[in-house]
Write a protein that binds this ligand. Structure first.
Ligand code: AMP
Ligand code: MG
Length: 407
């Protein structure tokens, strides 16, 4: 059986970034740009006023004071119609283009309208050029403003909009199909009949997909029969990645691996040395366009699904998006209480990290009273997984264990 690290390496070796695609700007958030972007405008496009005030010739102020004849008013979006000649002023609003002839703006707070219609301005600290941003001070038309390979954040969206990119070439958001399997499953809105349980994995995995920055395609529930599995899996193979839950263990109705193989998905590995999650299945399907679609068959127990997604599917989604995750964020913490680990596989045990206080020396972690892979409820209190190595061992309080943040 592969170790977790070996299995993860295989996944990483098999998954490549999606081919770039042009998407509407509104859909680009979180994606990686796949082209460098040049501005198609000067910013600002004209000399503009930074304040509401009066555009003047600086030379018209004597000791910071002037009484000037009012010409016109220009608001943002309008164009000045007359030149500011000596002895005159134009009222100008923030963002409006400077009128010809003017070389400074005095803030409206430093002005007074006189009964004659003249404007009295008092600005003892006035300087030529004040309160004006010059044309193209921020960027010139043709400037490269964004390189390829940049993560699209809200700031980037704003800049792209400013430079006229209503569409942008990016590594697209992966589309990830989620398919739950099991004859016992009913949808969450239904009341389970005897022998039935609700499909909690479907919504949970779709949420994990979303949190990974991908788009979930929810395929509902497939029954444990070949026909139902074939139809739903075939639909899932049309997406960028398919995640199934259930049907990958050794039961008589665990048909997922054989149906996947039948549909041309080549097995890369089945079963890994870990708890929970041992029956994990991973394979690749070569599409008509030559691209490989990764397929994960996660064990059906909810916590197995949850943990396997976190350990293997999330990194795969990140690779599809061209944004490989950094190495596992693991660190050492002290157990707050004794703990006995039993088993021949490494275990990812839900834990809760203690708040660091001024007096505490290093991080510590409490192993939760967890009932095993069917116990999702206890995970509500978890904020990490404690990684116990294989082998029976009684740990004492204060011993250091590996902790992996998780929520
Ligand atoms: P399986 O991997 O199909 O053998 O399922 C293992 C356990 O997980 C069984 O107790 C199933 O009833 C349960 N299970 C399977 N699929 C789901 C699901 N979608 N939601 C909740 N529990 C599930
Ligand atoms: Mg099943």
């Amino acid at each position: 059986m592969l170790t977790v690290a070996e299995a993860l390496q295989k996944v990483q070796d098999c998954v490549a970034a999606l081919p770039p695609r042009v998407v509407p700007l509104e859909q680009a958030l979180g994606c990686l740009t796949a082209e460098s972007i040049a501005s198609d405008v000067d910013s600002p496009p004209y000399d503009k006023s930074m304040v509401d005030g009066y555009a003047i010739r600086y030379a018209d102020l004597k000791d910071g004071v002037g009484e000037l004849r009012f010409l016109e008013e220009v608001t943002a979006g309008e164009l000045p119609t007359v030149e500011v000649v000596s002895g005159t002023t134009t009222r100008i609003m923030t963002g409006a283009p400077m009128p010809a002839g003017a070389d400074a703006v005095v803030m409206v707070e430093r002005s007074k309208e006189l009964p004659t219609g003249h404007i009295r301005l008092e600005d003892p600290k006035a300087k030529p050029g004040q309160n004006i941003v010059r044309r193209a001070a921020v960027m010139s038309r043709g400037d490269a403003v964004l390189p390829a390979g940049k993560l699209v954040t809200p700031t980037v969206v704003g800049l792209l909009a400013e430079v006229g990119c209503a569409e942008v070439r990016v590594v697209p958001r992966p589309r990830v199909a989620v398919l739950a399997t099991g004859n016992e499953l009913v949808e969450p809105r239904e009341k389970p009949a005897p022998g039935q349980i609700r499909n909690s994995n479907g919504p949970m995995l779709a949420a994990q997909v979303m949190r990974s920055g991908a788009e979930p395609i929810v395929l509902g529930i497939a029954r444990d029969d070949r026909e139902s599995l074939r139809t739903k899996i075939a639909a899932g193979l049309e997406t960028d990645l398919l995640v199934l839950s259930g049907g990958v263990s050794a039961g008589v109705l665990d048909l997922v691996p054989s149906v996947l193989t039948e549909l041309g998905v080549r097995e890369v590995f089945h079963k890994i040395s870990m708890k929970p999650g041992k029956p994990l299945w991973f394979g690749l399907r070569k599409g008509a366009d030559g691209r490989m679609t990764p397929v994960f068959g996660l064990p059906g127990n909810p916590v197995s699904s949850l943990v396997c997604f976190e350990l293997f599917v999330r990194p795969a989604i990140a690779q599809l998006a061209g944004q490989p995750l950094p190495a596992e964020p693991q660190y050492l913490a002290k157990l707050t209480e004794p703990f006995t680990h039993r088993g021949d596989r490494p275990t990812f045990w839900p834990g809760r990290r203690e708040q660091q206080t001024a007096g505490s020396i290093g991080p510590s972690v409490q192993p939760l009273r967890w009932q095993g892979s069917g116990d999702l409820r206890t995970l509500i209190d978890a904020d990490c997984l404690i990684c116990f190595p294989a082998g029976d061992r009684a740990y004492v309080a204060g011993e250091k264990v590996d902790v992996r943040p998780f929520c």
